[in-house]
Design a protein around this ligand. Structure first.
Ligand code: GUN
Ligand code: ZN
Length: 428
């Protein structure tokens, strides 16, 4: 049965970092026609109603219909340790993260957290997440099984760590990382809407042998994405230098082991050298901006203006639990504030694009998700643009769509999420 969903619609015909805010397409009284889990048409409500009189109508009034948010970098196993106080990256990993990740050898614990994680991401309007798991294959099984049960497009991989910089009990080996990743990839990659992502945590917790083994696995499966961390904190960069004295820079530790390529997702990427920027752009890799994490852990200010101007592929992400919110609205607000600190005020069209199509492009899934357009999978978020008294009184003064949306970007959270559709079905 065809479904006609009415409300304000927001879509993108182009990249606003290139074309400006005119790249967006907005209808005050718009509609999205959904058939068989996909978007069949987007246009003015009256025209689509007349053309599809038998479609079942869901009218969201003045609420905003958008492609669901895409969180391009998260750690679902860190759900329970979000907002842990007082540490910078390396101490934060050792004090909070690694002890929690040890618990994921227990499949029932992993299943409980995976359920809670998807409850949280969906209630915040994120319909696709890209997660690190833990070294335990069970943690990957739990994530994908829960995502499949909910019909989600979701991505993840087993986090690989074999160096003695990671604690006893949270280490694999070069061989087992390759074998376990390969077995998980063969089981889950391309099954339903799930994709496997090859996942070395970061250079400091892998031996060169493990990085090479995962580089070889990627070469055997070039249609998979590969995710890791890059140049998040200056202490981390100094640590990488001491562990890999022959490397030209941090990126070179990946490049030398077959872990630099077009499907590479490099989280944080804050303190980049000119050579690293050049190579990332040349290979058309993706940089994932994690602004709430970068302020919470004290990492630094991502150069959104410079990196987008030079043509880098950029996605947006929460990085929970280093990030301080499951909400891509809070994440857009943090991206705006970080932009301000670097003298580049991101337009609401740019922020919205990053949270939807920008992340989809980073994942090379922009032909499937991240926009309202015919043929796209029908993963939608419907937002109340007056969800709190503070937001409502500011939005009431709006003179255009961007002034109507920006208060929700800056002050909104899960209270703004009125409905979510996954694969053409409303969540109940
Ligand atoms: N670098 C290596 N592992 C992690 C992690 O779990 N979170 C963050 N923010 N940075 C990392
Ligand atoms: Zn991360």
């Amino acid at each position: 049965m065809a479904e006609l969903i009415l409300g304000q619609t927001l879509a993108f015909a182009a990249d606003p970092f290139v074309e400006g805010p005119g790249a967006a397409r907005h209808e005050w009284r718009g509609a999205v026609l959904v058939e068989d889990g996909r978007i069949a048409a987007v246009g003015p409500a009256d025209a689509l109603r007349a053309a599809h009189p038998r479609a079942r109508v869901t009218d969201y009034g003045e609420a905003l219909i958008s492609a669901g948010f895409i969180d391009a970098h998260a750690h679902y196993p860190q759900t329970a340790i979000i907002a842990s106080w007082g540490k910078r990256l390396i101490d934060w990993l050792n004090s909070y993260t690694f002890p929690e990740e040890m618990q994921f050898s227990n499949i029932s614990y992993a299943e409980d957290v995976a359920k809670r994680y998807f409850d949280l991401t969906l209630s915040n309007g994120s319909t696709t997440t890209v997660s690190y798991c833990t070294i335990h294959p069970e943690s990957v099984e739990a994530y994908f099984a829960e995502a499949r049960r909910r019909g989600l497009r979701a991505l993840a991989g087993k986090t690989c760590m074999d160096r003695d910089t990671a604690p006893e009990g949270l280490r694999d080996t070069a061989r087992s990382a390759y074998d376990d990743s390969k077995a998980l990839l063969e089981k889950w990659h391309g099954s339903d809407r799930l994709s496997y992502v090859i996942t070395p945590r970061f250079s400091p917790t892998s031996t060169p042998e493990q990085l090479s083994a995962l580089g070889a696995l990627w070469a055997e499966h070039p249609d998979c994405l590969m995710q890791t961390h890059l140049s998040e904190q200056t202490d981390e960069i100094a640590w990488v230098k001491s562990l890999y004295p022959q490397a030209r820079d941090y990126l070179d530790t990946y490049e030398a082991h077959g872990l630099l390529g077009p499907g590479g997702l490099y989280g944080h990427a804050i303190h980049l050298e000119p050579r690293e920027r050049d190579r990332l752009r040349e290979v058309d890799a993706a940089l994932i901006h994690c602004p709430t994490s970068n302020t919470f852990i004290g990492s630094g200010l991502f150069d959104m203006g410079g990196l987008t101007a030079e043509g880098q592929r950029v996605g947006l992400a929460t990085d929970t639990g280093g990030g301080s919110s499951f909400s891509m609205l809070r994440t857009m607000a943090a991206a705006y504030e970080v932009g301000q600190l670097r003298h580049r005020a991101l337009h609401p069209a740019e922020l919205w694009w990053l949270a939807t199509q920008g992340s989809a492009r980073a994942l090379r899934l922009d032909d499937k998700i991240g926009n309202l357009a015919p043929g796209m999978e029908a993963d939608l978020v419907i937002l109340d643009l007056a969800s709190t008294p503070a937001i409502a009184q500011r939005a009431a003064r709006a003179n255009d769509i961007w002034e109507a949306i920006f208060p929700t970007i800056m002050m909104g959270d899960d209270r703004a999420v009125q409905a979510v559709w996954v694969n053409g079905q409303p969540l109940r």
